[in-house]
Design a binder for this molecule. Structure first.
Ligand SMILES: *Cc1c(COP(=O)(O)O)cnc(C)c1O
Length: 463
């Protein structure tokens, strides 16, 4: 190390002295000596690095209190930031899926800081477990006999298999051995649950006789998995739930369906792609149906199992239920979300997921044209901005081929080099409220379907 650097180091103020500076003392009083001391040590380390690199004292060393304030502010930013989801995927798993409805948000807030009757019987009627209120609502909405709530749908499938058919065979079509993102694969879940997977049929065609031929004294469950994120087209055949349920009943074997998303309302009434409904599968005779809380349902992350009373009781009593159960915030949000389904006429307004999915293209087009006018002056030196039609996706395991007409603001670099686009996307990802778009076809696309704070976006882009 050079002696020059050494003498510069000696100009750095001691932590003790800094802590007693009049401009820093109030920060110590407000945040405590531990945190402020830590931050000052970080700043000193940074100053040393900069001295070594540039052989001079960094400019910010002239104002330690201000540098400290800046670092304090930076460190108080939550790690989980809110973003503008302009990716074009409404239920984006990596962006937290469904945004909750206002009543669900208020319900969480209400129970968060208070003691609640989570598992407490006010009337001593012995109503049992924490899922009771939500299960009652689910029974009303789906016609189920009972319900069970766990951490997510993956947990729902795991618990169902572990509790209903431990050590026994589960018959599944080869066309339905699904992998969902994040390492959820049906064969692996079977193994974890201690079941033996019996594959029947072929990738493209499975018949009722395939299931029938697989039945023996070790069969514990006939299971269907909704092939939510892909579709097999052409020469295909699959057995529908009603047929499979009838076969199960003939042989005294339970049937179950992992629906993935599942929707409590008929999506086609809004012009959206058809999605299987749990209530229809139950009516068709399926014993247990599992689905997610934060996909099309539009609620908090949760796994929902609805079906026959005796089998749900088995799930509630299984030790895994204790490990996979949800907390009061989830139950409160789920209850408030499900209540919205009691007023289906209002749902498209009250449930953000449905509101976003049903937004008419014209709304996004008008927003795109407004933004184009406001933002063109700011970007016109480097980019060609346009308002262009595009397609949004539902996301979260809805079919990637089911797309919704939308509108985007697009940015094409005038110099035609892709690196400029990457830099732009990176800069937007670095904003206090990051903007998430998608690069396609030599352009950066901001799909405006999920844009609710237009003015805030303009301000962010004009920074
Ligand atoms: C999404 C999905 C799952 C996993 O649900 P999570 O709530 O994300 O755990 C399981 N099965 C199917 C068919 C799915 O679509």
């Amino acid at each position: 190390m050079s002696t020059a650097a050494h003498s510069l180091y000696s100009q750095l103020p001691a932590i003790d002295r800094l802590l007693r500076e009049p401009a820093i003392e109030p920060l110590v009083a407000a945040h405590g000596q531990t945190l402020i001391g830590d931050l000052l040590r970080q700043l000193q380390a940074q100053a040393r690095v900069e001295i070594q690199r540039h052989a001079q004292l960094p400019a910010w060393c002239n104002d330690w209190p201000q540098a400290l304030q800046a670092r304090l502010l930076q460190q108080r930013q939550p790690a989980m930031k809110t973003v503008f989801n302009l990716s074009g995927t409404v239920l984006h798993t990596n962006l937290g899926r469904a945004q909750l409805a206002q009543p669900a948000i208020e319900a969480i807030e209400r129970v968060m800081g208070a003691a609640v009757t989570l598992e407490y019987d006010l009337d001593g009627a012995g109503r049992g477990h924490r899922d009771r209120a939500v299960a009652d609502l689910l029974c009303r909405l789906t016609g189920a006999e009972d319900a069970c709530i766990v951490n997510n749908n993956a947990a729902a499938v795991l618990l169902m298999l572990a509790a209903v058919t431990p050590g026994r065979q589960v018959v599944v079509s080869r066309g339905e051995l699904v992998e969902i993102g994040g390492a959820f694969r049906i064969p692996d879940v079977m193994r974890q649950a201690g079941c033996e997977l019996v594959e029947v049929g072929t990738t493209n065609r499975t018949h009722l006789k395939d299931y029938r031929n697989a039945i023996n004294e070790r069969t514990g469950l006939l299971m269907k998995v909704h092939t939510s994120n892909y579709c097999i087209q052409g020469f295909t055949a699959a057995v529908d739930e009603a047929e499979l349920a009838a076969l199960g009943q003939q042989h005294g074997i339970a049937t179950a369906t992992d629906l993935g998303s599942g929707s409590l309302i008929d999506m086609t009434q809004y012009g959206l792609p058809a999605e299987p409904m749990p209530q229809r599968l139950l009516a068709a005779g399926v014993d247990l149906v599992t689905f997610s809380g934060d996909k099309l349902l539009g609620g908090p992350q949760a796994g929902i199992i609805v079906g026959k009373k005796a089998m749900i009781a088995q799930l509630q009593q299984h030790p895994l239920k204790r490990a996979l159960r949800v907390g009061k915030m989830t139950l409160a949000a789920l209850e408030a979300t499900l209540r919205l389904y009691l007023q289906p006429e209002l749902l498209a307004q009250q449930l953000p997921t449905l509101r976003l999915l049903t937004r008419p293209q014209q709304q996004m087009q008008q927003a795109a044209e407004r933004l184009l006018r406001v933002l063109t002056p700011r970007f016109s030196e480097q980019f060609l901005l346009r308002a262009e039609p595009c397609w949004s996706q539902i996301g979260s395991g809805s079919l990637p081929v089911d797309r919704l007409p939308s509108y985007a603001l697009t940015f094409a670099p005038l110099d035609g080099r892709g690196a400029t686009l990457e830099r732009l996307a990176e800069r937007w990802r670095g904003l206090p409220q990051p903007i998430i778009g998608r690069i396609n076809d030599g352009k950066l696309w901001l799909d405006l379907r999920c844009l609710t704070q237009e003015q805030a976006l303009v301000e962010a882009l004009n920074r």
